[in-house]
Design a protein around this ligand. Structure first.
Ligand code: FAD
Length: 401
């Protein structure tokens, strides 16, 4: 009889199962599908091994880097190419995102690179609003920015960035989840722009995200091998519907089980492998976020061969571009080629290969019974940094019981 049963073999389930097994507990992990990793998955496009889902992790907190070190992958952690991401505004050409901002919120609303995105009038309005005394900090990031910097700053700058990072509108994102120190910083700085300047100054130097040479998907076999080496029992193709039938303490790491909702937003991704010399110069840096109302269907584009050096080497002169969609285009590959041409500003006559995948992201859990232990995206939010840290913490709490 196992001490622990873990339901779901995504990164959250693997991390919690491995940590429990490492302490000597007997652990069985159940995965409904025929592969581990969940939203972290490898696929091949034009013979190049690529991430089909997550392709980086936030370095904040250090939980992912610490895990990779334990898995002997620390030497393969790589930084993305430096330089700002770009923004495709509603009208006109793409522009680099403001250099000193937090999730698109500027430290100086009147800076030239902010004015270029939102226009002079909106920038002046933001500066004027943000000069008012702080009375209260609203719960949602959207309300905070609308109150302190106006609707244009919210719509034109914040919303595309937040959507690109969190797949949510700022009105749906709690201030605390956007940045745990933001509310206090607004109060202590007496303005939103001052808070951003304060937090930016306190942030460690270097990129906010990192990758793994060869792809984030390498994390999955590394976790699974280590779990098995420590005696963990992995059961693929084993969907769990009846939690009472499981041994020991049950940990849910699967959206849709025990009150954690599995239905959420669908995201379509189209990966293109193209030949085009003009892309060698990375005309839009590592990629673009797209403002709602811009003349393309894509919400974001990653120029993956400009972002990751290992991938540029693996692609042998070809370019890898990935576009994401909130609404499935009727012909995803044709739409992606047309959108990529618009966003990158170059024609793409030679498409070597293309792949279309989609994911359904879970909504946040609302009704998790208090006697059930839950890890993963439904409770820790989207993103490997938060999920890994939360799964590690949960395992430590279970072991301390
Ligand atoms: C397109 C895309 C890009 C992303 N990019 C990034 C990124 O660059 N950086 C980042 O940090 N995050 C990124 N994310 C988010 C990140 O990938 C996820 O937050 C994270 O991988 C979720 O892990 P999880 O273990 O909670 O859930 P999942 O990955 O969803 O795993 C859940 C697992 O449970 C299994 N399961 C479900 N029901 C049952 C059942 N009844 N019984 C047994 N098993 C079951 C599923 O088959 C699945 O394997 C991205 C997400 C998407 C969709």
């Amino acid at each position: 009889m196992a001490d622990f049963s873990v339901v779901g073999g995504g990164v959250a389930g693997l991390v919690v199962a491995r940590r429990l097994a490492a302490s000597g507990a007997s652990v069985t992990l159940f995965e409904a599908s025929d592969r581990l990793g969940g939203t972290v998955r490898r696929h091949e496009v034009a013979g190049i091994g690529l991430d089909a889902g997550a392709e980086s992790f936030a370095v904040r907190g250090g939980a992912v880097a610490a895990l990779l070190a334990e898995l002997d992958l620390a030497g393969d952690i790589v930084a993305p190419a430096p330089g700002p991401a770009w923004l495709q505004p509603v009208d006109g050409e793409a522009v680099p995102l403001p250099a000193t901002a937090l999730l698109g919120i500027p430290a100086d609303p009147l800076a030239d690179d902010v004015v270029r995105v939102v226009g002079r009038a909106a920038a002046e309005r933001a500066a004027e609003l943000d000069a008012q005394p702080v009375t209260a900090v609203p719960a949602s990031l959207g309300s905070l920015v609308r109150d302190r910097m106006g609707a244009d700053m919210l719509d034109l700058l914040l919303a595309p960035v937040v959507h690109g990072v969190h797949s949510q509108h700022p009105d749906e994102l709690a201030v605390a989840r956007a940045h745990p120190g933001l509310a206090d910083a607004v109060v202590s700085a007496g303005s939103l722009s001052g808070a951003v300047a304060q937090l930016r100054a306190a942030a460690p130097p270097g990129a906010a995200v990192a990758g793994i040479r060869g792809g984030i998907h390498r994390l999955v076999p590394a976790l699974a091998d280590d779990l098995e080496r420590r005696g963990g029992d992995i059961r693929l193709r084993t969907r769990v519907d009846d939690l009472d039938a499981l041994d020991g303490t049950v940990v849910i790491a699967a959206p849709g089980v025990a009150g954690t909702t599995g239905t959420g937003r669908r995201i379509d991704l189209v990966t293109l492998v193209v030949e085009q010399e003009e892309l060698d110069a990375a005309p839009r840096g590592t990629g673009l976020l797209v403002a709602a109302g811009a003349p393309v269907g894509a919400r974001a584009l990653t120029h993956a061969t400009a972002k990751w050096e290992w991938l540029r080497e693996a692609a042998g002169g070809r370019h890898v571009v990935r576009l994401s969609y909130d609404e499935t285009p009727s012909d995803p590959v044709a739409a992606a080629v047309a959108d990529a041409e618009t966003l990158l500003g170059v024609p793409l006559p030679v498409v070597v290969d293309a792949a279309h995948v989609f994911w359904v992201r879970p909504a946040a859990a609302s009704t998790v019974p208090s006697d059930v232990v839950v890890v993963g995206e439904t409770v820790a939010g989207s993103g490997l940094a938060g999920i890994v840290a939360h799964a590690e913490r949960t395992a430590a709490e279970l072991l301390a019981r």
